[in-house]
Design a protein around this ligand. Structure first.
Ligand code: HEC
Ligand code: HEC
Length: 503
């Protein structure tokens, strides 16, 4: 046996042993791992602050099992009583060593069941809404083939009370196909506004007064705390502070279904909900590469961040009082690690209906010839790098240490998110193109609704009406940049798109 072959066998054997090994959940909110995890934000030239380990672990664990909410026509007889009779149950056992496969299975359950404890409610007005055929007809919510309301869950609290709650990650990150089947990890499209009043009421639990017993912030103050960028002299979000309520409400509703003004982002420069199935191929998280993706533990940390532990503070800038930013609950490290393992290794692409054929074969050549593979390289279809938004010169030295920057390269897409928000690292990452065929909205803001549109020159015109997100400043706007492939002939474009749909 030659040495190279022997070495390969050793490699296989140790990989198998590693897969069979059991390990306990690592500490997720770990100061060492957090230290240089986030990418610095331009304008303040600092990484966002984070909750300390001590602050984070002082919060009580809430890891309760949750159950589907059925449309009245689909609810099995005696369903709610059967859930109530089970009593409060913990999602997954803590402190247990598991194999990789066992972590992924546990994570699949956490994915389905994780909810937002803050919004749990027994308010009869809200519960009646979700149990009424007429109300659900008037304000449609997303329902899967089995008659389950995708975005909501039932939970039995420790005192035995049955409550209605909202789903966490799997709400935004579940794609519903027209035939009622779902793609776990795909992009959600929520029904367009108006949002049902009772859903608004459910989420009003998010507004916490500045001090115990104090008045709630105005809607404008609430928006500013989420989006304000005080270090910019011309911050567009500044006017939110004094915005009349109807205008603030309109801004809150401006997201096109499928794009979200995420905390630290902006209603003016929204981000599309990305597919998470391909996240394992990305070295950075978020369109602007706000955090590194070094593996499942970083995904678990990201879950902590977007779930409970991000107060937006950076350098000297703060957006919440001590009372508002206090952590009221957290998940166990076990549940979070399981979730990270499932998102990284367990989310699977559905069967791709697009076959590799002669046309896609020609498209693969167009892809190479057009230089796409310079950035969308290798089997991940991404070189894992960051590219500066126009007008941004990446710093040298300490703050850019460890960042994988494609220097001297321009991408030219809209700079708002990258330069004028708290997600503004100054960069856009090169995304993986795996699973492109079922992505609904593409480009960081989700302005583009098809590959035909992405490779059409018309989108560069100022009077263009994008097929995806339009935004609160009017329907017409150019979707600039990423001009690669725009000048290809009709046949080459058709072949390129056929190829991209097979990835
Ligand atoms: C309200 C909708 C919403 C919820 C709920 C939500 N996400 Fe997301 N998620 C988004 C959006 C929008 C982005 C894109 C943000 C950006 O690009 O800056 C995103 C991005 C991500 C990314 C980065 C993906 C990539 O390729 O860059 C990960 C990982 C992720 N979410 C995981 C989670 C987890 C885990 C949870 C639950 C704890 C969760 N999300 C809950 C909307 C949501
Ligand atoms: C210089 C690097 C670079 C080259 C060359 C390049 N891309 Fe990209 N690509 C990017 C970056 C960066 C983005 C994200 C831009 C944004 O959202 O603002 C992107 C986004 C995309 C997207 C949208 C993905 C999504 O989910 O939003 C597609 C599709 C795509 N590229 C295909 C191609 C094809 C096909 C080519 C060749 C014709 C190509 N790219 C050439 C860097 C590159």
């Amino acid at each position: 046996m030659n040495l190279r072959f022997a070495l390969i066998l050793v490699g296989v054997a140790s990989a198998l042993a590693a897969d069979g090994d059991k390990n306990k959940a690592p500490k997720i909110w770990d100061e060492n791992a957090l230290k240089d995890w986030a990418t610095p934000i331009t304008g303040v030239n600092a990484r966002p602050n984070h909750y300390t380990e001590a602050e984070y672990y002082a919060a009580p664990v809430d890891d309760l099992r949750t159950y589907p909410v059925y449309h009245p026509d689909f609810e099995p007889a005696g369903y709610l009583d059967s859930i109530r009779n089970r009593g409060a149950k913990v999602m997954i056992e803590q402190g247990k060593a598991r194999t990789k496969a066992e972590w992924i299975t546990a994570g699949s359950l956490v994915w389905d069941e994780l909810d937002v404890p803050l919004v749990r409610t027994s308010d009869a007005r809200i519960i009646d809404f979700f149990r009424s055929r007429e109300a659900l007809k008037k304000y449609p919510v997303r329902i899967d083939k089995g008659g389950r309301l995708i975005d909501f869950r039932w939970v039995v609290e420790k005192d035995g009370g049955l409550k209605l709650t909202s789903r966490e990650c799997a709400a935004c990150h579940t794609q519903l196909l027209p035939d009622g089947t779902i793609i776990r990890g795909g992009q959600a499209h929520f029904p367009p506004p108006p949002t049902p009043p009772m859903v608004g009421m459910l989420f009003s639990a998010f507004s916490v007064p500045k001090e115990i017993g104090g008045e709630l912030s105005s809607p404008g103050e609430g928006l500013y705390a989420q989006f304000g960028v005080p270090w910019l002299a011309d911050d567009i979000h500044k006017n939110m502070l004094t915005m009349p309520i109807p205008e603030a409400a309109k801004l809150g509703d401006a997201d096109t279904p499928g794009t979200i003004a995420r905390f630290n982002g902006s209603p003016y420069w929204t981000t599309k909900i990305p597919s998470l199935i391909s996240v394992r191929y990305n070295r950075y998280l978020d369109a602007t590469g706000t955090h590194k993706n070094r593996g499942p533990e970083d995904i678990a940390r990201y879950a902590v961040l977007v779930g409970v532990a991000d107060d937006g503070s950076i350098g000297p800038y703060k957006f919440f009082t001590d009372y508002q930013r206090k952590l009221r609950f957290r998940s166990s490290d076990d549940a979070l690690y399981a979730l990270g393992m499932f998102i990284t290794y367990g989310l699977e692409e559905p069967k791709n209906p697009n076959q590799v054929d002669a046309l896609s074969g020609r498209g693969a050549q167009v892809f190479q010839r057009s230089g796409c593979a310079g950035c969308h390289s290798g089997s991940d279809y991404s070189n894992g790098m960051l590219i500066a938004a126009d007008g941004f010169v990446p710093p040298d030295g300490e703050l850019s240490k460890g960042l994988n920057i494609m220097r001297g390269m321009k991408i030219g897409t809209d700079t708002g998110l990258a330069l004028k928000t708290r997600k503004g690292t100054g960069f856009y990452k090169v995304p993986s193109l795996r699973g492109l065929w079922h992505r609904t909205f593409i480009e960081h803001s989700g302005s583009i609704a098809s590959l035909e549109e992405w490779f059409g020159r018309e989108r560069l015109r100022a009077d263009y009406v994008p097929g995806g997100r339009k935004g609160p400043l009017g329907d017409k706007h150019a979707v600039p940049g990423h001009e690669f492939g725009l000048d290809l002939g009709v046949e080459d474009k058709r072949a390129l798109i056929a190829f991209l749909k097979t990835l």
